[in-house]
Design a binder for this molecule. Structure first.
Ligand SMILES: [Zn+2]
Length: 442
């Protein structure tokens, strides 16, 4: 024994348990199953090793003697009707061996529902996966892509999808929607920009998660969100973050006019970046036509990155670039200057800064930047709300979620349908609850 190590003290109960688990012939699979996954009303029978294409374990399940079956319609016990042929329900694999529970479902002659198949504790009679296995796959699907999970456990992509779908449906039915005060509304493009999804996040300091997904980004879309949230809970909203997409602004004003509506930093900075990109692209084209050397061709990231994020190699290149009085450089400097806006504490002084910045930019003769300045002017009050909401909402939350959502989509080869995409997003970003289990299988 290692000196100083605490001595394991076995309580009498543990010893007894260990003995019962081990038995005279060593540990039996049945005993382990009874320990980790008891099935109330049922007992485990014989265990068979079957040599199919791959090795398989079949575990027979029987109803407890004299127990009556429960109706799957109403849950009440009823008189037996007949039995269906035995069926296999896939369970968590062991040592790379597929494991199945084998059971012949009884049918009940229910007084209320008529002849119905019985309810079983390991899953729904319709699904071929046991709940335990479905949760097992769904949990792995948070760490790996669905394709990888399917390969790791010798199962199909379709089964992993069904497992995650089950987890999402359960989680969404059991999640609490109490106390939502701050939400962020964002849109993402998918299928190479052909389609949009509207995503609504809860961004309260203590609770951040994906709340809702809607197709497209129309007025109708966001109206559907507020209908889903309900009147009472909509009244409880205090802060709403969004971009300047007109249909969103319209619906928010109508459905949650009492809340402080903030145009958030992430979206404003991203329209500035887009404008710079436009100026640069125009300039590259113009320089090329005039026969000048294309300094700007590979400068895209130099201009879009924050100076503190530049690499050692990029720094001198940016310095070099800034020596030229290029339109792109002027646009870049305007954007860098705008960063100071976010440093203000008081909405009043921030407003003064915003006005000065807009005036200067409108004189810049950089058309894409002028467009931004006009947009910002048009939304002045909502932009200044940023300073009123400071501290109450987590500013980087929407940006963080946006990145994670994009990552989920990138990993998502195989998600051809909207439905699968939505299931994947809820699964990774929804912070959904899981049922309490007696044993952790992974
Ligand atoms: Zn019934």
């Amino acid at each position: 024994m290692i000196r100083g190590a605490p001595r394991a003290r076995l309580r009498a109960v543990d010893v007894l348990k260990a003995q019962r688990l081990t038995g005279r012939n060593g540990v039996q699979l049945k005993s382990i199953l009874n320990r980790v996954q008891k099935q109330p009303g049922f007992v485990y029978g014989q265990v068979r090793l079957v040599e199919n294409v791959r090795l398989e374990l079949e575990i027979e399940v029987r109803p407890r003697v004299r127990s009556r079956a429960c109706c799957s319609g109403c849950g009440r016990k009823g008189p037996g009707y007949d039995r269906l042929p035995a069926r296999r329900f896939e369970f968590v694999p062991l040592w790379g061996i597929a494991v199945y529970l084998v059971y012949a479902l009884r049918r009940v002659n229910c007084r209320q529902c008529g002849v119905r198949v019985e309810a079983v504790p390991w899953g729904s009679g319709k699904r071929r996966l046991t709940d335990t296995y479905a949760w097992f796959l769904a949990r792995w699907a948070k760490r790996l892509s669905w394709t990888e999970v399917a390969a790791a456990f010798h199962t199909s992509w379709e089964k992993v999808y069904r497992a995650v779908e089950m987890a999402v449906e359960w989680g969404r039915a059991h999640q609490s929607l109490a106390g939502i005060e701050a939400i962020g509304i964002d849109e993402i493009q998918w299928q190479r920009g052909h389609r949009y999804l509207t995503l609504v996040y809860q961004i309260d300091e203590g609770c951040r998660r994906l709340l809702w997904i809607g197709q497209e980004r129309r007025v109708k879309t966001l109206l559907r969100f507020f209908r889903w949230l309900g009147k009472e809970r909509s009244k409880g909203l205090r802060f709403i973050c969004s971009d300047m997409w007109q249909p969103y602004l319209k619906v928010i004003a109508k459905k949650a006019g009492h809340a402080v509506h903030v145009l958030d930093r992430f979206h404003i900075m991203s329209i500035l970046s887009k404008a710079i990109d436009e100026v640069r692209a125009q300039e590259v084209k113009a320089l090329k036509e005039d026969g000048y050397e294309p300094h700007l061709k590979h400068a895209r990231w130099l201009l879009l990155k924050r100076p503190e994020n530049l690499t050692e190699k990029q720094e001198p290149r940016l310095a070099d670039l800034l020596r030229y009085n290029l339109r792109s450089v002027r646009a870049y400097l305007l954007k860098e200057d705008f960063q100071f806006f976010w440093e203000y504490r008081s909405p009043y002084w921030a407003g003064q800064f915003l006005d000065r910045w807009c005036t200067r930019t409108l004189r810049s003769r950089l058309e894409p930047m002028q467009k931004v300045a006009r947009t910002l002017r048009g939304h002045r009050p909502l932009i200044l709300n940023w300073f009123r909401a400071r501290g109450a909402i987590s500013s980087a939350a929407v940006e963080g979620f946006n990145n994670k959502a994009k990552l989920t989509m990138r990993k998502a080869y195989g998600f051809r349908t909207d439905r699968a995409m939505q299931v994947a997003l809820y699964h990774t970003l929804g912070a959904l609850p899981e049922p309490a289990a007696t044993h952790e299988f992974c």
